[in-house]
Design a protein around this ligand. Structure first.
Ligand SMILES: [Zn+2]
Length: 267
């Protein structure tokens, strides 16, 4: 196995904690250097504060969460509802990828309930694709590097796509041993507890994460708490069979063999 570097790329401060942090922690335990990037600043996630104050509050919360997750924090690149698939953001995100040189990227799925999530996914995919293309310029300018990277897409919010179709993971990561740390990191986003309770009817922010973790665990038929993943198709990224999560996590990883046959849960 080559390098052991993973980056989680979420849309908003707290998304990594909802969908990806357990796996990031498990990779850290397996000897990976881990990185943490929320593409947007969280600037719209409150009715109480103005955007400038909120940006600062949420950056502080994000750094605190990253500290709990023992991962390298990267500053946000734009504001909430401004994550578009555009050249400026692509150049910025590609620069982060070229600096970090991850061989594992964890990000949102291509279908999810809000556009910031789906656009983050699209940007992450292309930023990774451009890692070895010398004629693609990044901001700031960073030299290209050619190496294998495997992308994994998290479960969508509510475990359904935006057309309400159920999404089945292609693989499960057992997050039970790091669940408390994941929960502590989510709780570091203090400003969000009240806001999400009001805006999305999550009657408890922490319980919503807990519920999702248990549901995906149930789908795995093996783990109590789990995060679900689907691997991006390999073309332009890695070898066909590349699955670094399987290599790193061993028995704490379960491939859903039924997934490629017909979108079914494991027997
Ligand atoms: Zn989000």
């Amino acid at each position: 196995m080559g390098s052991k570097v993973a980056i989680a790329i979420g849309a908003h401060p707290d998304d990594i904690e909802f969908y990806m942090a357990g796996t990031l922690l498990m990779l850290g335990k397996a000897g990976y250097e881990t990185h943490y990037l929320n593409v947007a600043s969280g600037s719209c996630g409150s009715a109480e504060y103005g955007s400038a104050a909120l940006r600062a509050i949420r950056a502080t919360e994000g750094r605190a969460a990253a500290k709990i997750l023992d991962t390298h924090f990267h500053p946000s690149l734009t504001d909430d509802l401004e994550i578009f698939y555009n050249l400026g953001l692509l150049r910025s995100l590609a620069a982060v990828i070229r600096e970090v040189k991850p061989n594992v990227i964890l990000t949102h799925p291509p279908q999810d309930y809000m556009e910031d999530h789906t656009n983050t996914c699209r940007l992450a995919v292309t930023a990774a694709f451009a890692r070895g293309m010398p004629n693609f310029k990044t901001t700031p300018s960073r030299p290209m590097a050619d190496y294998e990277v495997t992308l994994y897409h998290s479960m969508p919010h509510g475990l359904r796509d935006q057309l309400r179709r159920r999404v089945t993971p292609g693989a499960f990561v057992n997050t039970a041993s790091v669940h408390k740390t994941k929960r502590d990191a989510l709780a570091a986003h203090k400003s969000q507890q009240k806001w999400l309770d009001v805006s999305q009817g999550l009657n408890s922010y922490l319980l919503a994460m807990e519920d999702m973790s248990l549901k995906v665990g149930g789908m795995s038929k093996r783990f109590k708490h789990a995060e679900g993943w689907r691997r991006h198709l390999h073309f332009g990224f890695c070898a066909e069979k590349s699955d670094p999560l399987a290599e790193a996590l061993g028995r704490n990883y379960r491939v859903n063999e039924a997934y490629e046959r017909g979108l079914e849960e494991p027997a």
